[in-house]
Write a protein that binds this ligand. Sequence first.
Ligand code: PEP
Ligand code: MN
Length: 344
Amino acid sequence: MVIIMKAGASAQEVGAVVKHIEQVGMRAHLSQGEERTIIGMVGDERPVDRTVFELMSGVDRVVPILRPYKLASRDFKKDDTVILINGAHGHPIKIGGAPNPIALMAGPCAAETRDQIMESARAVKQAGAHILRGGAYKPRTSPYSFQGHGEDALKWMAEARDTYGLAVVTEVMSPDQVPLVARYADILQIGARNMQNFALLNAVGLSMKPVLLKRGMMSTMEELLMAAEYVLSNGNYNVMLCERGIRTFETYTRNTLDINAVPVLKALSHLPVIVDPSHATGKWEYVTATSKAAVAAGADGLIVEVHPNPALALSDGAQSLTPERYTKLVTQVRRVAEAVDRTI
Ligand code: PEP
Ligand code: MN
């Protein structure tokens, strides 16, 4: 059960509800939002009489939720969450929920040089993208592979953001990096390898910045939603779920795009669902087809790797589209979007 307090409920009213939760043998989990306090009840709630809580002073409503994730659940919030991103040049970008446009995020795997980022930003903006992606801190399988240019890369992306009127999404790998990355980026990406880094989830939860949470390559949808719950339970409701392919027995593609995740996550949760066809396939040849499938299935956005010269990319060149190919992708995806009553 989740107890939603009225806006402006007093500390005494919240305290009384918490005390009663503990009296009935459950634990209370407080989320102090900017406007109101939400109290999650943790434990077996089946014997609990919810009308007692409904009658308590300061309580707005009580929502029964049997799923392990509460705040991420569609039972908790019927309407799609819409996340407002402050794009450069004062253009707000809304992600999630029709009729808002499908959010297009694109750019290189890693920010390699200032020129490469400026050229990528120019090209993806021209193709129709709203958000520039690029890694400043790269989670590489080998410690000897290129690890990213850190703060320099963040500065290049911030410059590209302001020059071309884009927003920026970039990965943050550890809790101590959060304040620095949050200073430059509009969206904090949690990578697949960090989906269950709970200290990091708490840190981005406290930052209140929009979060793009990638599904772990061996994680179930429920685990993804529980990871989102960590961010939400810190009072940050700006979370996007990202399907980026999971490991299966298939080896021809880098991962297997779990297209099921799109309608399933949208049924289970009110959070926007973004698809990353680049990491899901590992080969640029399949990125356009899987992007179209994702949008047809109901995705709220796409994050696609685009590099001015994929052959020279320091990471993920094989799955990166040239700007020309990305432009064609957007043209085709736009037609699929129209077929499912969405726009770009
Ligand atoms: C990335 O976006 O470049 C990345 C490393 O993605 P993932 O965490 O999904 O592997
Ligand atoms: Mn990559």
